[in-house]
Design a protein around this ligand. Structure first.
Ligand code: PEP
Ligand code: MN
Length: 299
């Protein structure tokens, strides 16, 4: 018999209709295979790229830089959930072609956001991980539709979501039959205004105990400040995260979206250089990016 909590929510002995995300449902932890990369295993995985795909040159420059620095997955939004309807909304389908070409050239699998169930067929076909943005964490119609998809889903924590609400959102995906779910802590809204959000690193350590799902940290949206991305990335690795989702832009001052928080390619390289020491302290390591032989070139 498992322990029954007085709040009655996730019990350690999962019932048929609840608690699929609970650690007891899979004590060994969930590992998600994305191309040659394993997320949730001993190797730490880094997903990096621009907030939004803006054009072919920006995407290519970013993809080349993050691949050279050792990133495992290329990120890039083509459908952008913007606070203002007057802001750049993403390139949509043409942007997806730009992203897929860059991914192919550099041997990187792709993660990109799906904002609406109508975008699922397109995104499912062309990307490797479907991102649910913070603003959509409780869009249950979307979550139910993604429960039917046979591709991994990265579920961002809502702007003001409790851990309970976040895990219950994950239940919608699991209950629908999609077991390839990873969680992403991207900062929450608190009384603090010095940073864009408050990175809840304790939530990372806590959720790793309570759930078997891999946890990714997004230090870019969590802080909104490129100077804080390095220390918070290292702290995320120390807190037990399974990987990072980081925004990188070759020319942050010109970015159409979230330029103020983007790392430059040099900043990203520095991060990748410093991660292994922290991971080693936790008996972990940076996952080896295993690029196809034709992309490795002669050394
Ligand atoms: C993003 O990843 O660019 C994004 C919009 O993130 P979030 O949903 O966390 O705000
Ligand atoms: Mn962004």
């Amino acid at each position: 018999m498992g322990v029954t909590r007085t709040d009655g929510v996730l019990q350690s002995a999962p019932k048929k209709d609840s608690g699929r995300a609970h650690r007891d449902a899979r004590p060994e932890g969930t590992c998600i295979q994305v191309g040659r990369v394993e997320i949730g295993g001993p190797g730490f995985v880094v997903m990096a790229g621009p907030c939004a795909v803006e054009d072919a040159e920006q995407t290519e420059r970013t993809a080349a830089a993050v691949a050279a620095a050792g990133a495992h997955v290329l990120r890039g939004g083509v459908f952008k959930p913007r606070t203002s309807p007057y802001s750049f909304q993403g390139l949509g389908e043409p942007g997806l072609h730009v992203l897929t070409e860059a991914g192919k050239r550099h041997g990187l699998p792709l993660i990109s956001e799906v904002m609406d169930a109508s975008q699922i067929p397109l995104m499912e076909e062309s990307t490797d991980i479907l991102q649910v943005g913070a603003r959509n964490m409780q869009n249950y119609t979307l979550l139910r539709a993604l429960g039917k998809v046979r591709k991994p889903v990265l579920l961002k924590r809502g702007l003001a979501a409790t851990i309970e609400e976040w895990l219950l959102a994950a239940e919608y995906l699991l209950e629908g039959g999609n077991e390839q779910v990873m969680l992403c802590e991207r900062g929450i809204r608190t009384f603090e205004t010095a940073m864009r959000n408050t990175l809840d690193l304790a939530a990372v350590a806590y959720v790793k105990q309570r759930s078997h799902l891999p946890v990714i940290v997004d230090p870019s949206h969590a802080t909104g400040d490129p100077r804080l991305v390095l220390p918070m990335s290292l702290a995320a690795a120390a807190a037990g995260a399974d990987g990072l989702l980081v925004e990188v832009h070759p020319w942050p001052e010109r970015a159409l979206c979230d330029g103020r928080q983007a790392l430059t390619p040099e900043g990203f390289q520095d991060l990748m250089r410093r991660l292994p020491a922290v991971l080693a302290a936790m008996d972990r390591h940076l996952s080896q990016p295993e690029r196809p032989a034709q992309l490795l070139g002669v050394r």
